[in-house]
Design a protein. Sequence first.
Length: 310
Amino acid sequence: MTKTETISEYERERLENIRQNQEMLRSLNLATTPTIQTTKVVNKGRAKPRTMRRGKENKQTKDTDEDEDSRKQNTDDDDDDSDYGTSTNSKRRTVPAVATRRSKRLRGENALEEVTQVEKQAIETGDFSGLLQTGEEKFGSTTDAIKVNGHYSGWVETGVMQRLGIQGTATEAWESEGGGKFSFKDPLGTGKKISKKMAGNQSVAKFVASKLLRKNPNSYFYRHTEPGVEQWTGDWTDEEKDMFLNVAKKFGCGDKWGLFSTYIPHRVGYQCSNYYRQYVIPAGWIIDDNYRIDSAGSAVYVGNHRRSAR
């Protein structure tokens, strides 16, 4: 990647905000909260305790600000009731001292992302070219990774197409199911707007997709599996990974994820898209010039939005 390429304005602002937040916390120099040992009085049998004997201090309960991970269970200990006369119904509950909260982060604030030295230098110089690498720059040009151009050139998997009676091309599928003019307000091409009331308990997008099995298979399979096939969630298996890479090698990938997913039973289009961005690209299994790898090892889409200073 040449030095003329820059990252997006959003990424630039994110890094600058991280730097400013860290400087603010350092300037505050928050001190560690001292350990506080507290006692809680549980008075049974009387509305008010009797006056305490001279020489005894009145111990009050004070809440401590502590992290959940360091919270300890309270234990009830029988103690002398002499401070409250002769009653035997009163107990003094002692709460053990809790660990000091060591984090200097303001309570309730999200943990800040660490700024690497490379990112810090980029912020100071304004040159962000070193933050993003192509797949080949990251993993080497001799890698066995599959190279794609960001587009899927296939159609619905043959077996699925035959079982469900789907036509052989997108145009044939659309026209055979009534045709019409597609728009975002009328995705079914029926001339009627889709309302939330029509969708019932499911999202409008999922409701619309459910109506397009044979008319727009890409839309249907983006959110639904083949009828009667269970959708799996969670980690992908090695077998599914191999399926994914084989389809990408044969037809390419990067768009039309609904059609792509018909080759991977139990997965839908958006799962394939997420798997691609979160695992496949960062692992270097596929090289797609529409993506760069940032300093944290994550995939960043540059695509048509990539800018070059000329």
